[in-house]
Design a protein around this ligand. Structure first.
Ligand SMILES: [Zn+2]
Ligand SMILES: [Zn+2]
Length: 165
């Protein structure tokens, strides 16, 4: 039997690329190779990447990427709401909702670096009310929470529980 290489696009990859294509068209922009490459790299990383990690991965594929082009592309993808920047870890992660700009909450695992994007409208509304109450016109309402994810907690429990196999 022929060994199949895993080249079939995953649904997430398809969805993200299609969304980016649509958004580019709506904004009269082109889906250039660097834009597509940054998106594909973030997708396959499955974790947040710093701009320099991203640059290293892109250079491994194509020596032409520069820090300036990566930052430009990330700015573009953030403006379209396809990529979020995590302020606490200065890294970039692909949006899990792909619905244009929105205010979400990130749960960030300190052990494995995994990030979960949650969309709790009550929290988004509460931050808006807080801003109004204190006289702030907020331009950033993303909430970042850190802790230890379920998987890391389970594996820690396995290692630590006396008598566990
Ligand atoms: Zn998002
Ligand atoms: Zn974890």
């Amino acid at each position: 039997m022929r060994k199949a290489r895993n080249v079939s696009p995953t649904p997430a990859r398809e969805r993200a690329l299609r969304r980016l294509e649509d958004l580019c068209r709506e904004h009269g922009e082109r889906l250039t190779r660097p834009r597509r490459a940054v998106l594909a790299t973030l997708l396959s990383a499955r974790r947040p990447l710093s701009a320099y990690e991203l640059l290293d991965l892109l250079r491994a594929e194509d020596g032409k990427s520069t820090a300036a082009s990566v930052y430009r592309t990330l700015d573009f993808l953030r403006a379209l709401g396809i990529v979020h920047r995590l302020e606490s870890t200065r890294s970039f992660v692909l949006c899990e909702h792909l619905e244009g700009p929105h205010w979400v909450q990130f749960l960030i695992c300190r052990r494995c670096g995994q990030v979960v994007e949650a969309e709790d409208e009550r929290i988004a509304a509460a931050t808006e009310r807080l801003g109004q109450r204190l006289g702030f016109a907020l331009d950033q309402r993303i909430v970042e929470l850190t802790g230890v994810c379920e998987g890391c907690r389970a594996s820690a429990a396995c290692h630590w529980r006396p008598g566990a196999r």
